[in-house]
Design a protein around this ligand. Sequence first.
Ligand code: CAA
Length: 257
Amino acid sequence: MEFNNLLLEISDSIAVITLNRPKQLNALNKETIAELHQALEGLKNDAEVRVVILTGSGEKSFVAGADIKEFANFSVTEGTELAALGQTSLFDYIENYSKPVIAAVNGFALGGGLELAMSAHIRIASNNAKLGLPEVTLGLIPGYGGTQRLAQLVGKGRALEMILSAQMIKADRAYEMGLVNHLTELDELLPTAKGLAAKIAQNSPNAIHSAIKCVNAGYTDGMNGFKVEIEEFGKCFGTEDFTEGTTAFLEKRKPQF
Ligand code: CAA
């Protein structure tokens, strides 16, 4: 797959997608959103890939938000379409992706950049990372799911403070708040993300997909997470992964999924 704004590297069951618009601090324009969707769609059916890592190129920025230059003259209709298309084609898509997505946050994660990290299943940040939703300084609000996912991750009060004040928080504060799972030195960020990805990659892909569905169901209107868990648990019994996992345990060997 060839992209204008992304780099894609696959090794040892792990795909690393690097957002690559360093001059614009990797800001998300429409083309990048479309390319990210396309890249993930391609990786979905690639049995060699078990985990996806998202990161930004350069040492300064993960993603500095939606591309302000691109939407500066948008009308109400265009703005609504931008958010709707972005949310469904990328942010909700990542949240519901069948393989785990880890955001390796290597600098500014602002606006759509933090929203991208929050749509991933796991976040790891380098010590230099700065995170925030500064949209209200532009006369906007977060439009890629930020008002919802930030409140889910850190609680309503902290989310409202970050959104209304537009203030960036440093990586250590994001860690304290549970917004990121781990903190690392910048040069340890990708190795740490890959180490976690390698552990995940040893586990049953089928069970992992089921677990993602169940956790997400608990945060989805009209869905009962407990009910979905019962259904998904039952379905696991019909899979080759279940046969392999339980057989390997009984034979005192490691499972090969
Ligand atoms: N969109 C487009 N271009 C951006 C950008 C963005 N979100 N963020 C940075 N850039 C560009 C700058 O315009 C600049 O380009 P030029 O050299 O051509 O002028 C280049 O990246 C470098 O940026 P700075 O010179 O500003 O770098 P800095 O170190 O002084 O500041 C920064 C870094 C604090 C991240 C600052 O660039 C900034 O505040 N960026 C905007 C952050 C923001 O408001 N994000 C939210 C966007 S709205 C959104 O995301 C909506 C949504 O929810 C859907």
